[in-house]
Design a protein around this ligand. Structure first.
Ligand code: ATR
Length: 276
């Protein structure tokens, strides 16, 4: 909603489709940004059970843009009119833009992963180790590959790790051989360390060395045990909100054509997290 304005017949509707979706920070983030740029729009969370019907709803209600989250990022694809190249390569869509009834699918997750890193360093030929091999790992790996990083994946379930490594042109290393990866950058894409398991960490601290960049995608808590230990070891840190805010900012640009007010988005999410 815009400052001083009410929701009215010209209000533009956006939303997030997922299941579950009750804890999504998308509404807080995007509504704060709409307000900041003075755009008469609202962004709501919709718990969807049938994605085909969800897509019909976008068309019928004229919803201008939708974020897609778990579990629909892959299954939504056949229902869209066009898929942009990155999303097609990744096999996953996290953003739909409705332009006069034509629905185009995009994926901004990979940008969310690499943009915070690129604020600190070039990724060209840098050695990056990804912990985990799920959907988030795939998006991170895709983004890194585009920037010509040298990627190594490690994962509890070895077969899944090797499979992702093959898919994205990365190496695989078992946790026992982690030292051989010699990464400049380590990214945790698993849920290890997330509340209520905040005493856990995805990687033994003996593998953390001064000068490394260590990034976590867990943002609850914001300072995970992994990041705390990385800080003590002299690493540079990127917290879990960074990827979320950056993918949201890229989404906002697709939704509105305007640059996202990232600091406002981050502050709004931080404030909302404090209340939870
Ligand atoms: P997402 O799509 O959000 O990335 P996911 O597909 O469920 O989620 O992937 C979660 C990743 O975290 C996987 O790599 C998973 O390892 P497995 O492939 O062995 O399941 C990893 N993961 C989650 N909990 C873990 C734990 N307690 N220990 C080790 N790895 C874990």
């Amino acid at each position: 909603m815009t400052k001083g304005k009410r929701v009215d017949t010209s209000t533009v509707l956006f939303g997030v489709f997922g299941n579950p979706v009750a804890h999504s920070m998308g509404p807080v983030m995007h509504n704060a940004a709409f307000k900041k740029i003075g755009f008469n729009a609202v962004y709501l969370a919709f718990r969807i059970t049938d994605i085909a019907n969800g897509i019909l709803a976008i068309r019928e209600l004229g919803i201008r843009g939708v974020s897609i989250t778990i579990p629909f990022k892959e299954s939504v694809i056949p229902f869209l009119d066009e898929i942009d190249e990155d999303a097609r390569c990744m096999g996953a869509v996290n953003t739909i833009v409705n332009q006069n009834g034509k629905l185009t699918g995009y994926n901004t997750d990979h940008r969310g992963a690499v943009e915070p890193l690129m604020a600190l360093t070039s990724l060209q030929r840098r050695h990056v180790c990804i912990l985990g091999a799920g959907g988030a790992a795939k998006a991170v790996a895709f983004g890194l590959k585009k920037k010509n990083a040298v990627i190594t994946i490690t994962n509890r379930t070895v077969s899944k790790g090797i499979s992702l490594a093959h898919q994205v042109g990365a190496a695989f290393v078992s946790m026992d051989d982690f030292e051989t990866a010699r990464p400049d950058i380590i990214i945790n894409t698993t849920s290890i360390g997330m509340t209520p398991n905040q005493d856990q960490t995805p990687l033994d601290k003996r593998f953390l060395h001064p000068g490394m960049i260590v990034m976590d995608i867990v943002y609850n808590p914001l300072e995970t045990r992994f990041l705390k230990e990385a800080k003590t070891a002299g690493c540079r840190l990127i917290d879990g909100l960074s990827m979320f805010i950056h993918q949201g900012a890229a989404q906002f640009k697709l939704f509105t054509g305007k640059d996202a007010p990232e600091p406002v988005m981050r502050d709004a999410v931080l404030q909302a997290m404090r209340k939870v």
